[in-house]
Design a protein around this ligand. Structure first.
Ligand code: HEM
Length: 411
């Protein structure tokens, strides 16, 4: 809440995600905000409070049970964040239903299965690097669309067994799903289109099952372990959760290293590791800036006299919690690979902790060192503060990342 008593209006275009997170933090640990469509919510900005609420049984994820506005039909299909509350998957379920849906795909993300993806990731990375190397020298290349985006997207398409010709359509749908600047009718049409695209994939796998996650979900459907809408929702959930997030992690890590040569030098001299780069980037540049969307099941009284009323949406502002000075000290917003405490909430916490965290870390731990080894003179083609925002307040990324692969051209 601002001092004039009005809720803080979230910038739906995400023009300055970190600036907004910093502002919210100064307003309080829990701040009343207005989301697109005039929806009131609480934004949680302190690390300690977010961690507590992540694990609080009075905070739930199912809008169909705990969000009166949604139940009463006040939230229509053209609400810009509708896909987040409509994807019928583990992400909008609690308790036994959450465990059931998570359990169906958890084996695909177990340590052995993930480690088995190493060769696949290395192959995709090598191919993408070859394509980059073939670009004309001295001309800026967009590292987002040519490296950071295709790696996780291809990985998920491999895991799901998505045929080559269906990939572009599905991936475009994902980009639109997090674009909070879309006109309502475009957002609604997008939800319909991705549902249809995923349904075609399910139909194809029913006809010709293979060793992939989609086929396993179809088998579980046939065994009555989940329903039709949950199959589509689960696919959308994993596709959405696992592509833009990893892309943001990679672009932010590249920017951080290119703008902090003294930190990069620590890597070159072995004083720090790529794991440190990944964890410090996750902390200081949380790939999901505002994690939608939870609901208070009953009134929740906070320490400072604030009460979050039952039925109110809650967003965890991970862009803010990762830079909370109460947790990390006065230099919380500095990218510092030597920092002792790099623990973060960027993969969430508790029952909904990111199922793909190991996969994300593995992808970044292969792709980042390989990129810098192949192009040691990599340089930003525009100043970091001129990189455009991604057009969403949910995610923390950029629309493009222009770089010179072999250093800035001289003369
Ligand atoms: C750097 C990359 C990633 C980040 C920052 C990230 C972040 C998160 C966060 C914060 C949550 C918690 C959601 C909540 O509590 O409401 C989450 C859940 C989830 N993530 Fe990730 N994620 C990443 C990569 C991935 C990947 C690669 C996949 C799969 C391929 C994935 C799949 C999921 C799924 C399915 C959930 C839902 C878990 C549940 O509700 O039980 N994520 N992720």
């Amino acid at each position: 809440m601002r001092s004039d008593g009005c809720p803080y209006v979230i910038d739906r275009a995400g023009t300055d995600v970190q600036g907004e997170a910093a502002q919210l933090r100064t307003l309080g640990s829990a701040v009343e905000v207005e989301l697109p469509g005039g929806v009131r919510a609480w934004s949680i900005n302190s690390y300690a409070l977010a961690k507590r609420l992540f694990a609080d049984p009075r905070v739930a994820k199912d809008p169909r049970r705990h969000w009166p506005a949604f139940v009463n039909g006040d939230i229509s299909d053209d609400w810009p964040l509708i896909s987040w509350v409509k994807m019928d998957s583990m992400t909008i379920n609690d308790g036994a239903d959450h465990r059931r849906l998570r359990g169906l795909i958890a084996p695909d993300f177990g340590p052995r299965r993930i480690e088995a993806q190493r060769a696949m990731i290395e192959g995709i990375v090598a191919d993408l690097l070859d394509r980059l190397a073939a670009q004309p020298d001295g001309v800026p290349v967009d590292l987002r669309s040519n490296y950071a985006a295709p790696l996780p997207a291809q990985m998920i398409c491999e895991l799901f067994g998505v045929p080559e010709d269906a990939r572009p359509g599905l991936l475009r749908g994902l980009e639109l799903a997090v674009d909070t600047t879309l006109p309502p009718e475009v957002a609604a049409a997008n939800v319909r289109e991705w549902q249809a695209g995923l349904q075609s994939l399910v139909d194809a796998k029913r006809m010709a099952p293979a060793d992939d996650m989609t086929s396993r979900l179809v088998q579980a459907l046939d065994a009555d372990q989940l329903n039709d809408s949950e199959v589509i929702g689960s696919l959308f959930n994993v596709l959405g959760a696992g592509s833009e997030t990893v892309m943001n992690l990679m672009t932010k890590a590249v920017i951080a290293l290119l703008t902090h040569p003294e930190q990069r030098a620590l890597l070159d001299t072995g004083q720090t590791s790529w794991d440190d780069v990944i964890e410090e980037t996750l902390r200081v540049e949380a790939p999901i800036a505002q994690l939608p969307i939870r609901f208070a099941v009953s009134d929740i009284e906070l320490d400072d006299g604030v009460t979050i009323r039952a039925g109110t949406p809650i967003l965890m502002c991970l862009a803010s919690t990762g830079r909370d000075p109460q947790r990390y000290g006065a230099d919380a917003d500095t990218f510092d690979l030597g920092r002792a405490d790099k623990e973060h909430l960027s993969f969430g916490y508790g029952a909904h902790f990111c199922i793909g965290a190991s996969l994300a870390r593995l992808e970044a731990s292969i792709a980042l060192p390989a990129l810098f080894a192949r192009f040691p003179d990599l340089a930003l083609a525009v100043p970091a503060d001129e990189l455009g925002p991604a057009g969403t307040f949910i995610m923390n990324g950029h629309r493009s990342l222009p770089v010179f692969l072999n250093g800035k051209p001289t003369g």
